[in-house]
Design a binder for this molecule. Structure first.
Ligand SMILES: Nc1ncnc2c1ncn2[C@@H]1O[C@H](COP(=O)(O)OP(=O)(O)OP(=O)(O)O)[C@@H](O)[C@H]1O
Ligand SMILES: [Mg+2]
Length: 152
């Protein structure tokens, strides 16, 4: 089943002399369960593409269709729900929330939706990640020097 379809996607930053055409007519199809790696030199538009797919930035033109719905047509509220419910993004620098525990960082999108966390799935997840003993810890307590980057 097709989960993502990108059609003639364009993203232009700036205008006039500072205009940058970061993406010119990108087309991409992805099936459910498919793994896709985007590689290319610095400045070729990888982050731009991911920012558009994840609804963080708006395309200049073209369509991004996720599970049959065109995210280009969503307003800010619907985009926030799309990011919360349909996406998982792991940034290079994680962007975790330091004053929440490890457990609540993981559960945050579900809690924001006032939904029940599936205990069995949560257990399976933290067991597979080997972080069961870290769940109650706050991120700044996980490693020295105030950096949280070593443990994940
Ligand atoms: N906010 C912005 N304003 C203007 N130009 C931008 C902006 N963001 C990115 N660009 C330009 O768009 C082009 C694509 O940038 P992008 O960050 O998507 O590349 P990248 O492939 O992720 O690079 P890297 O491998 O260095 O992370 C580059 O020419 C960049 O300078
Ligand atoms: Mg980048």
């Amino acid at each position: 089943m097709e989960i993502l379809k990108i059609e003639n996607l364009k993203k232009t930053y700036g205008e006039g002399k500072t205009k940058v055409e970061a993406l010119k007519n990108i087309n991409l199809n992805a099936e459910r369960g498919q793994m896709i790696v985007i590689i290319g030199p610095s400045g070729c538009g990888k982050s731009t593409l991911l920012n558009l797919i994840s609804g963080i930035d708006k395309a200049t033109d073209g369509d991004i269709i996720v599970e049959g719905g065109n995210i280009s047509e969503l307003d800010e509220n619907s985009l926030a729900l799309y990011r919360r419910r349909q996406l998982g993004i792991i940034y290079q620098f994680f962007n975790l929330i330091p004053n929440l525990s490890v457990e609540n960082n993981i559960k945050l999108p579900i809690l924001m939706d006032n939904k029940e966390v599936e205990t069995e799935y949560f257990e399976e997840l933290v067991t597979s990640l080997g972080i069961k003993d870290k769940l109650k810890a706050f991120l700044d307590k996980l490693s020295g020097g105030g950096s949280n980057r070593e443990w994940l």
